[in-house]
Ligand binder design. Structure first.
Ligand code: KIV
Length: 272
């Protein structure tokens, strides 16, 4: 139940959506006002992403984001949440060992998150299993891992060669077996996202991973065209496209509509 008594969507509901072929609409939110706009538009998952380090705090990477920052923003979003599942990112170094991962994951759940998101596969799989065994719902994140990117040149499509692609499929399966309930796929070729989506029964949520993922996520400020600088290929400015007489709520509604209908993303926002 949310603080205002509404039933909240569960990981099981999202898995059922995958089975029905119904697309899942996800957006980042960092504050109560934006979370409310997303809820009204029918967004199913609110992600308090550590992208807030870049779009809210003005850093050039997500690494400076602290646990205190994540707890602060998660609590704001939790206050406005009604029906959407609330996922909070575990920031850089906050899951560097088993003890820290458990303690910090619990702090995010105490702040109002339903699930925590960690970046990576391989050696992280056992840590994720430990979190799940201790009752913490987990969302995995494969492909481009922003916390591992040191500078602006690191933002590249991942999984292009056969070995990297094979490893990512193995990682996705291992994350599912470890108990992850959701999986973000960032910046990978569309065909690889299709293979991963078909290889696991948990929903995949793509960002720059093609239209065949079970759902889509965008950074809300990108969708509204207010992120300065060069934009990645997968970003679409829904607000500008709707025209000058339309506002934030209509842009989010249009994003949800296009995710649900499969109109977003187009090949122009995907990698082949
Ligand atoms: O931090 C974030 O906003 C994210 C999304 C890009 C998936 O992890």
């Amino acid at each position: 139940m949310s603080p205002n008594g509404e039933p909240v969507l569960t990981a099981g509901d999202l898995r059922a959506m995958k089975q029905r072929g119904e697309k899942i609409a996800v957006l980042t939110a960092y504050d109560a006002s934006m979370a409310r706009q997303c809820e009204q538009a029918g967004v199913e998952v609110l992600l308090v992403g550590d992208s807030l380090g870049m779009v809210v705090q003005g850093h050039d990477s997500t690494r400076p984001v602290s646990m205190a920052d994540m707890v602060y923003h998660t609590s704001h979003v939790a206050r406005a949440r009604q029906r959407a599942l609330l996922v909070a990112d575990m920031p850089y170094q906050s899951y560097a060992d088993d003890t820290r991962a458990l303690e910090n994951g619990r702090a995010l759940l105490a702040a109002g998150a339903d699930m925590v998101k960690l970046e990576g596969g391989g050696p992280l799989v056992n840590r994720i299993r430990q979190l799940v065994d201790n009752g913490l719902p987990v969302c995995g994140h494969l492909g481009l891992l922003p916390q591992s990117v040191a500078g602006p040149d690191g933002y590249k499509v991942q999984g292009r060669d056969a070995d990297a692609a094979r490893q990512m499929i193995e990682d996705a399966r291992a994350l599912e077996q470890a108990g992850a309930a959701l999986l973000v796929l960032e910046c990978i070729p569309r065909q690889l996202a299709i293979q991963i989506t078909e290889s696991v029964s948990i929903p995949t949520i793509g960002i720059g991973a093609g239209a065949e993922c079970d759902g889509q996520v965008l950074v809300i400020y990108d969708l509204l065209g207010i992120t300065p600088g060069k934009r990645p290929r997968f970003v679409r400015d829904f607000l500008r496209e709707l025209g000058p007489d339309k506002g934030i709520q209509e842009a989010i509604v249009e994003y949800v509509r296009q995710v649900k209908s499969g109109e977003f993303p187009q090949p122009a926002q995907s990698y082949q």
